[in-house]
Design a binder for this molecule. Sequence first.
Ligand code: FES
Ligand SMILES: [Fe+2]
Length: 388
Amino acid sequence: MKGESRDLIIGMLGEEALERLHAGSALPNVAYTSREWLKLERTRLMWSMWMLAGFESQIPETGDCLPVRVAGCPIVLVRGHDGGVAAFHNVCRHRGAVIVTECRRRLGALTCPYHSWSYGLDGRIRTRPHFHGGGRHDTEPDHRASLAGVRCESWRGMLFVNIDGRAGPLDRHMAPVDAHLAGWRHTTLAWGGSLVFDIAANWKHVHENFIDVYHKFAIHPALCAFAPLETSNPMIFIAPHLAMTWHVIACPEEGRGVGLPRFRGLPDTLHREGRSFTVIPTCNINLWPDHIAVLVAEPEAPGRTRETIHFLFDPDAMAEACDTVRGRVFETWDALNLEDIGVLESMQRGRVSPGFDGGSLSSFWDPATHMFSSKVVELMMSGNGSVA
Ligand code: FES
Ligand SMILES: [Fe+2]
């Protein structure tokens, strides 16, 4: 299997591109433009790793359901009778219709809109109306028609799923991040909403931009004035699947560090520094003293990505009195992200050019970009993206 995967990946990228990658370049054009390559990324990389799906505070009560899409798969997160969250493939076992199409509160059952098969909050099939003919309902259906479960675990209230079910425990996966949070043990994080962007660029351009600290002097003048390049640090890898950077919050402003109640129990270091963690393959977690922005790049097609930025706050910051400043956080990130989109889309256009071969990278700023490219290939070649 491993040898087959290796041959397949080499066949798609080409020997020369792999040599350039080993010599310090990034991925070749085909990795940004090919449908076949994206299919491999989904099945061999994303389905085998922990992927962010949602947040505990989005579904606080029994029967709350949140449909999401992760690496192309419709999945539904459900708060069950036992108080825990379970994940299921959000496709009906009858004819494959998507069952839950919007966030719902306190449902007693999940009912498919097509022929009304219904499932319990534990995913078990309950009834199949008119299954044996008009008026002849199946009230004791074969349990093999129950929803297919997806492995789901929670880290600090963030819900991750592992589609192939073979990854190591999530806590172990995220332990290197815990080690860089200066002993912070928060109570509850409140999900405060999200921003969604439709970007005409490959998901890796979006994700690599999370890693790229270098560009901010050229693209983000306001951010650079707030945190100059001279006091910023390149991303460094803290585990095979995790990278981080940090910056000193010298002059906090509304939307960037002041005006909202800060997270409870935050150690002194995290009052003074912002931290950003990249969780390969598609997630980036930005910690500020008063909010966390979680960025996710969901591939729609080789040249199209849906980027979502979720915002988490201390529960005290969800008070009405904080609405205006919370709004400033959204505005700040919205403006920042809009500044990036033009250049992300231009890189996608550039990826059809024979004049680009993976790039010539800065040895100071770009090692994380190179590492990301290498890790994508390495994990895909292994035929099993599990890193824990
Ligand atoms: S597809 Fe769901 S009940 Fe028929
Ligand atoms: Fe940017």
